[in-house]
Write a protein that binds this ligand. Structure first.
Ligand code: ADP
Ligand code: MG
Length: 707
């Protein structure tokens, strides 16, 4: 068994890393002790090294079972860039190619052999002619019908342990639940396996949930400060993936759809393009992403509510594998819940599915730290709130919701608990549609008493009431809303109800297509990224396989300018040092020279002057914001400042005439108040601060002229 020193030097030499992530070292040692192992680690946790590193130090070859043929190539390419000899066998290869690999295996020239479970049977002869030292089964949950990705071909893998009883077997998965774990061990015949259960916390992923209205606008807004970042948008239906990709294309994004109904070649080309950084966004059904190891996915959006937390967590886990901060956003809509309920109803194990969906809903509707809920699902308790989810960042404030609740409940009473949420809201808001009129609901007493609250807000409030137990949904009666024991307390005993105050999603104006255009590279990180892309294209491999984003970031911070400094960077191993060290060091030196030169030339003035020069070049506010990587509101404040300093800027171009007039009126009505907030509140947050500020400047100017 190799000593720890040897293990660490292998980690640095071949993978470029200085330290292990949690559990990796224990798992590796357990393999060297000849044990079977079951590894449960979240997506992006670093499972691969657990078998790849031992493979390098063990005498024979390591057999890796991996579910998707298409992805083996990437994994093998990745190993090769690290100077590790690896190959894959699958049915798409020519016989001569396979013969070649067999020969290399016999000659002990290959350390890792990737195989799809389907191909195992025809490997039997060759397996008897080589020394196998380790067997790794990746995505091992595919063996279990309890898991969420069951693959029939995996069920034959039980034979491996019988065939190689003395060889350590390691099964790896990101699916944590107990039933699945048990099932994996039983089916693989490794009931004595040591289980390694890693923390499921992925601190670098921010969590956010928003109501699913105006999703496209929200997505475009979300993307404006991420013009170069790769991301995935998961949708429930194939149609939605296509619609969304098209909309994003129209906005100038490089986006493609991906789902099982798309022709195979097209699908592979989308996947390739995404991996190689030539396609920025993939709008996909859950068919996309399994086993994709792209480490620089910077964000994941769920356009629809996922059907369970396992799936959701695995999907968001595809963001930020390199450990850098990454964003996730989930849209929650009641329509999705109803749809998923229908699916669950039709499925074989309905109760389980419904219970899982319920947990998903609780997560989406939570008013306390979301990460706590996620982790508790995987049996982990954290003491402190995470500080990196929307609830922690922006804790809800509560309002007295008693009247809102009374209005809702008495509507339920009057329509005899015979309607689902949509109709209830229609009644409360006094909607004029045929369904309402046919049933005569316009005559009941509460009709229209809630028209001061928007449809979306009613929906959110009612969801809160459901969560607090004041209302129940009868899923088996077309989702009719029903009263509960608790609702009686409000109706008859004067119980007070507290509801979370709803935050307004800031209205986004039409976003110019120009906004999504690529920002020209200007930081060292951008330069290194460009260099990496060029090298990757030359080598025909994904960019992140050369160095991942975390490694580039470290280069940006440390600025290594000699070989000795360069090899210190986390993520730089021996092979990559040899292959790419020179070019990266040169880029860093060039960049530093360039910067010094710039510093000597006359200084660029202060920040709003920079805005001015771009404005004079004819760029719109959106374009300036994008180019300067600043918020539009900041640019607006620059413009106002410039205007106040006497720059001839016509502010009228930025504000609607109607808004100016309304603000003029408000100014009189409110008696010329101090600051902007009184206006903002006066208009019930429908006119934003920028507009108010600009309009007030315009009005003052008019006054001055009039005088
Ligand atoms: P998983 O299979 O668990 O989803 P991977 O094995 O693909 O995760 O690893 C995710 C990312 O983490 C990869 O980019 C990998 O290079 C990186 N990584 C793994 N181990 C370490 C480590 N000890 N230090 C730094 N990065 C690591
Ligand atoms: Mg993996």
């Amino acid at each position: 068994m190799p000593d720890q020193q040897q293990i660490f030097s292998t980690l640095k030499e071949y993978f470029g890393y200085d330290s292990f992530r949690p559990l990796q070292q224990d798992i590796i040692n357990s393999i060297f002790n000849g044990k079977d192992n079951l590894v449960i680690m979240p997506t992006g946790g670093g499972k691969s090294i657990c078998y790849q590193l031992p493979a390098l130090l063990l005498p024979g070859a390591t057999l890796v079972i991996s579910p998707l043929i298409a992805l083996m190539k990437d994994q093998v390419d990745g190993l090769r860039t690290n100077g590790i000899s690896a190959a894959f066998i699958n049915s798409s290869q020519a016989a001569s190619e396979q013969q070649d690999i067999y020969q290399k295996l016999i000659d002990r020239e290959i350390k890792l052999l990737y195989v799809a479970p389907e191909s195992l049977s025809f490997l039997d002869t060759i397996l008897s002619r080589i020394e196998v030292s380790l067997i790794a089964i990746d995505e091992a949950h595919c063996i279990s019908a309890w898991g969420h990705d069951f693959r029939p071909a995996y069920t034959q893998l039980g034979y491996l342990k019988n065939r190689f009883p003395k060889i350590p077997l390691i099964a790896l998965t990101a699916t944590a639940d107990k039933a699945t774990r048990q099932d994996i061990c039983t089916q693989l015949n490794i009931s004595n396996a040591t289980q390694h259960l890693a923390s499921f916390d992925r601190e670098n992923l921010s969590l956010e949930v928003r109501p699913g209205n105006k999703r496209i606008e929200q997505i475009i807004d979300f993307l404006t400060d991420k013009p170069n970042d790769s991301g995935i948008i998961y949708c429930l239906s194939r149609k939605a993936t296509q619609m969304l990709a098209e909309k994003l294309q129209n906005q100038g994004f490089i986006a493609e759809a991906y789902h099982a109904g798309i022709a195979h070649e097209k699908r592979s080309s989308v996947q390739e393009g995404f991996i190689n950084d030539t396609i920025q966004i993939v709008c996909a059904t859950i068919a996309f992403g399994m086993g994709i190891d792209k480490s620089n996915v910077r964000w994941v959006i769920h356009y629809n509510l996922p059907k369970n937390i396992e799936g959701y967590y695995q999907e968001i886990g595809r963001a930020g594998r390199d450990g850098l901060p990454s964003s996730t956003l989930l849209f929650h809509s009641y329509a999705d819940v109803v749809q998923l309920q229908k699916f669950a109803d039709m499925s074989g194990n309905k109760e389980v599915q419904l219970a899982k969906l319920d947990r998903m809903k609780q997560y989406a509707e939570s008013l306390s730290c979301r990460r706590k809920i996620l982790l508790s699902y995987f049996g982990e308790l954290i003491e402190k709130d995470c500080g990196n989810c929307d609830v922690c960042k922006n804790p809800p404030t509560f309002i007295d919701g008693t009247i809102i609740t009374q209005k809702t409940l008495s509507t339920l009473v009057r329509i005899k608990e015979q309607e689902p949420i949509g109709t209830i809201i229609d009644v409360l808001r006094g909607a004029q549609n045929t369904a309402i009129h046919e049933k005569g609901y316009q005559r009941i007493k509460t009709y229209g008493i809630g028209n001061d609250i928007s449809w979306r807000d009613w929906q959110q409030y009612i969801i809160q009431l459901i969560n607090q137990g004041y209302i129940e949904i009868a899923f088996h009666q077309n989702n009719k809303l029903k009263l509960t024991e608790r609702s009686k307390k409000v109706l008859f005993e004067g119980e007070k109800v507290s509801l979370a105050h709803l935050k307004e999603f800031e209205k986004i104006k039409e976003v110019a297509a120009a906004q999504s255009k690529k920002v020209k590279a200007n930081t060292l990180f951008d330069k290194l990224r460009e260099l990496r892309l060029g090298l990757a294209k030359e080598a025909g491999i994904p960019a992140y396989q050369i160095f991942n984003d975390a490694t580039l970031k470290e280069m940006e911070q440390q600025r290594p300018m000699t070989d000795a400094e360069f090899i210190q960077i986390n993520g730089v191993g021996k092979q990559k040092m040899q292959d790419y060290g020179y070019q990266f060091i040169k880029a860093i030196i060039d960049f530093s020279k360039e910067k010094t030169k710039k510093k000597k030339s006359p200084k660029k003035g202060n920040t709003h002057k920079e805005t001015l020069s771009l404005y004079r070049d004819g760029l719109s506010i959106e374009e300036i914001a994008l180019k300067r990587k600043l918020a539009q509101s900041t640019i607006f404040s620059h413009i106002t400042k410039l205007y106040q300093e006497g720059e001839p800027i016509d502010l009228r171009q930025f504000v609607d005439k109607e808004d100016i007039n309304a603000i003029k009126k408000a100014k009189i009505e409110l008696n010329d108040p101090e600051g902007l907030k009184p206006y903002f509140e006066h208009f019930e947050e429908t006119i934003d601060y920028n507009t108010i500020r600009l309009a007030l400047n315009i009005i003052e100017q008019e006054d001055r002229i009039a005088k």
